[in-house]
Design a protein around this ligand. Sequence first.
Ligand code: ADP
Length: 370
Amino acid sequence: MRTYSDKKKVDNMGAIEPQLLSAFYSLPWGLSICYPVTNFANEIIDFSFLYVNQMFSSTVKVKKDDLQGRNLSEFVPGFEKSDLFNSCCKAFFEGKPQLFRSVKLKELLKNNSWEGYTNISISACRNGITLCFQDVSDHYLTLEQLERSNKELEQFAYSVSHDLQEPLRMISNFAKKISKQYEGKIDEKADQYIGFMIDAAKRMQHLINDLLQYARVTTSAQPLVQTDLNGIIDRVMSDLSLSIEEEKAQINYGKLPEINADPTQIQQLFQNLISNAIKFRREIDPAITIEAKKENSEWLFAVHDNGIGISPEYYDRIFIVFQRLHEREKYSGTGIGLAICKKIVERHGGRIWVESEKGRGSSFFFSIRE
Ligand code: ADP
């Protein structure tokens, strides 16, 4: 165990200038200055409040005078063995700021019934530490509400698309029956209208299937596991072999890493990007390159193609559900592929974006947390 004497020991914490002191007391964040409490062997066993400001006292719901001079262990049960104590020591000895996000104070402090959340940051200051409590309840509760309403929306989209399938199947089947029985028997217009009906039903079936697929990114998510991307790409190549052959596509990639991922989703991600790279080709043979490199604590992937490219004004729009830049007749699809890619990447703690030159090709980039 490291002892207090490892850091320059002084008898007192020093005085705070009056102006700084008034700023300290009126800060909108709960701030306290604590000094280490040592045992006979000069080992740190606790921290004690030297100064606390008004906001600190109202956040923890204890009067200022009842805090100053008292030890943290009196308010935090099991403090000596807690992560909070270890982080206080770490900040004190190593000078590295420590952060705890969205802590429910009720669960941290004795006799505290407040339902709110705070970020706790700890930094070293002259011969002691500062403990800063920042109320993030509004932010945290908004996030919670947003997550809940997103889940409800996804569930709603899933149920609606699921329940729409049956009536649509009826429409489609009866339209086909009418066509079979009455084609050429009424008049040309009737044949044409029946044809429109069958096509529309088919299109709607595709849209519903895609919506279901989109909702399933959340509803059928599997845990993230160590996944060898070389095996994943082999499977994608085999699934796309027909269109690779038909379009004479060249796909280049080196050895790919192992990442923490949902294997089915990551396969779908690569499949959507590569099949788009083949589909949105120019008159020359598609040449596609897949790259991966490590950047800090994430993997950065790129899928480059030499296809038709995308104008910068559409860089964001193409990731939105059912947004397409072309007529159905020119390129097949419903416009859900990239929205699914975005959802998958975000579920893996990453981002996805595109860079492109119209008429020369596009590069789709995405990051995945290590
Ligand atoms: P879909 O392929 O069904 O149209 P996506 O969501 O996969 O839907 O793509 C949305 C739109 O983004 C496409 O309609 C196309 O206009 C554009 N796009 C996607 N990938 C590429 C690409 N590699 N090159 C050029 N345009 C692309």
